[in-house]
Write a protein that binds this ligand. Sequence first.
Ligand SMILES: N[C@H](CCC[C@H](N)C(=O)O)C(=O)O
Length: 297
Amino acid sequence: MAAYAQFAKMNGLGNEIIVADMRGRADRITADAAIALDRDPATKFDQIMAIHSARTGGTEAYIEIINSDGSQAQACGNGMRCVVQALSSETGKREFTFETIAGILTAQEHPDGQISVDMGTPRFDWQDIPLAEPFHDTRRIELQIGPIDAPVLHSPSVANMGNPHAIFWVDQDVWTYDLERFGPLLENHPIFPERANISIAQVTSRNAITLRTWERGAGLTKACGSAACAAGVSAARTGRTERVVTVTVPGGPLLIEWLENDHVIMTGPAEWEFSGSLNPATGAWHRDEAKSSQGAA
Ligand SMILES: N[C@H](CCC[C@H](N)C(=O)O)C(=O)O
């Protein structure tokens, strides 16, 4: 039987994250374990960030990102902030370089506890999203949902932040849209061969966006960092905003900065909830009582 691994249940603006310490071991967290952990209300999560031993010199760790349906994700901005907070409280370090399936990324914790993650550079070519058919202008692609002559959502911008995103621009309050109903249809639309994270965005000023996201492989979440980045760059490239924006997701605000060197920096908080141990093969788990009560005190 696999030995138990330490984990921390955390969140990044309400994005439910499990940070699991898989360093020094060869096994992985299975899809079955992920599904079992998600089914338990105490450990229900949006992503697991599995910290594995570094595979590449100059990196702190290899991070595997697992959605709550057991699928893998290439990027998770909120989860990366949780990883930074967990490792900085363990080691006292403030600057980190990580490797993920999508490549190398850096992150840092600031003195006020806020954490910035360099989410890399966005990609906009239709092949890179990826889309199933050519669109030369991905600022606005042909895709709509609702009645054919009066679509509820239409003409999204698409972007890849490591993972695929579609951003539907709306004029009304984002809460008036039934994202729970449209999200799964759009996530699995044939135009997205690798599925997509689906967001609705209202631009409220040259520096502010309100955003709700239906996440690929996870469903409705309180926050999606990579979607906030995708919305920020898409708003700037369509002339809706400047390159520095506050993106307010249901869990709160994230600062998104699209630098001149094309990198997207996302800054926000991370929060520890409780710690425990989990079985990476089955998802069986128990709380670490000593640490939980210390944390609560
Ligand atoms: N919550 C994450 C995104 C998870 C991405 C995942 N749903 C996918 O692309 O499959 C974030 O903060 O960036």
